[in-house]
Ligand binder design. Sequence first.
Ligand code: FES
Length: 121
Amino acid sequence: MTEYNAGRVSDYADGDRKVVVCGESEVGVFKIDGEFYAWHNRCAHRAGPICQGRIMKRVLEPVAEDHTVRAQAYDEAEFNIVCPWHGYEYSIKTGAHQGNPRIRLRKAEISIRDGEIYVRV
Ligand code: FES
């Protein structure tokens, strides 16, 4: 395994991401709720550049007592990334597709030493 520098911890504000070129592949590094997550930049659908997609809170459709849906809301605890090619939506924290948890992003290993983030592929 080879290690690649993904920048300093202090370079990332909460909600930030960087896509790091790691030899022949790319890895997206995300900071969400103070934690770091890293995923290979290949969507599980057709290998689109998932880590370059839009980041947004998960959209919920609360069902009223009369079983109607009259509004939408955001899940404050769940941040998703949306693939720019066909719209598959994944949890940044788990890498799981929101509609089918068997569809997942490929995790990349990261470590933090002396304030620097390293990706191993
Ligand atoms: S390649 Fe990502 S949704 Fe199709």
